[in-house]
Ligand binder design. Sequence first.
Ligand SMILES: [Ca+2]
Length: 416
Amino acid sequence: MKRLLLALAASACFVTPAFGQAAPKPTPEQLAKTYEEDQLSLEKCGVPRNAADDYRPSPLMADQTRALRLASTQKFHVETVATGLPNAWGIAFLPSGNIIVTIRGSGLRIIKPDGKVSETLSGSPYIKSSIPLFGMHDVILDKDFAKNRTIYLAYVSTPAGGGNTGYIAKAKLAADEQSITDLHVLKQEGAMVPRRILQAKDGSLFVITADILTPYVSAQSLKSPNGKVLHINSDGTTPKSNPFLADESADPTIYAKGVRDPQGMVFKPGTQDIWIIENEPRGGDELNRIQKGKDYGFPTISYGRDNDGKLLNNGLTKQAGLEQPVYFWTPSVAFSGMTWLTGGKYPGWKNSIFMGGLSGQQLVRVEMNAQGRVVGEEKLLRDRCQRFRDVRQGPDGLLYVLTDAPAGELLRIVPN
Ligand SMILES: [Ca+2]
């Protein structure tokens, strides 16, 4: 029976494997074909082939990269919900039916269902970053938002006379959704780069931070909040269960370390398991399952290279005590937001994670099996030639995708 199933699976290449079924490995010819397609797709969007991006380190596990390329049966069309959102970074769905959106260089705005976009909400935190790539990043609603109107924010700003500073803050969104009040900083630190926030069932907050300035001295340092998954309570205090409290020199909010530039974070549906997507400098972008106190390796081990093309730590990809990614990508896709789809609106996309690709100009879907391994990968929306900044599931069960500058649109993926 097993042999028959394997034979059936092997003959069903390029078709979505059934849930929980082991995926057939792509042949070298299939891999070459898909990579040629990937390059052609970028060329069509005006992105030149980069001959130097041929670095392909071998995975430690067979299913850790270059999974079978899927062509799902799910049909859909794309609707434009709103335009005029340059440098939008994150969205959250309000009970009113409106959507709150972060704009990197300014603050928060409201998108109405008819696509109208408000001015920057009064009371938005002061955002003026000395590094233009940083600014207002994420917004999420408190789990009791309907009662307390509380939102959480992750942003970088450069106060007058001060240095670049990262903030994790809470505030209230006024009932008329025209202003922010009661801004209260939960954690503030020079040079911290907070990217996304996730709230656990107990109300505490997980925050991912980047270590992107060379030399990469932060991700492995317990003294720095950068290159980490942080864990703080929603009142700014430190959870007593955090793993490095015994080390007096450590930042007590550190939950896990050794990440480079994570920009997407979700709980696996039905669990409190944290999954993140992160970018290495050049190639080797990683999907990771985060566990308390673990070290995810950057820059000691990496499947990518540094921005200048040089190997990181002589190209070391594994070391005892350092976690392996669940999956990695070479060449780089440059991921931003992510969501793990639930519900039944897209029958052809069960148990899939969606991730926005920036320089890769694609929405990536990876299909997961019951063991939490990637069984296949699909590239979506490549014909649009857009950078995809965030992807979230709305309360209507549909996927919403935020595109990056210059256009800055909010899209909705509607099943046919
Ligand atoms: Ca890693």
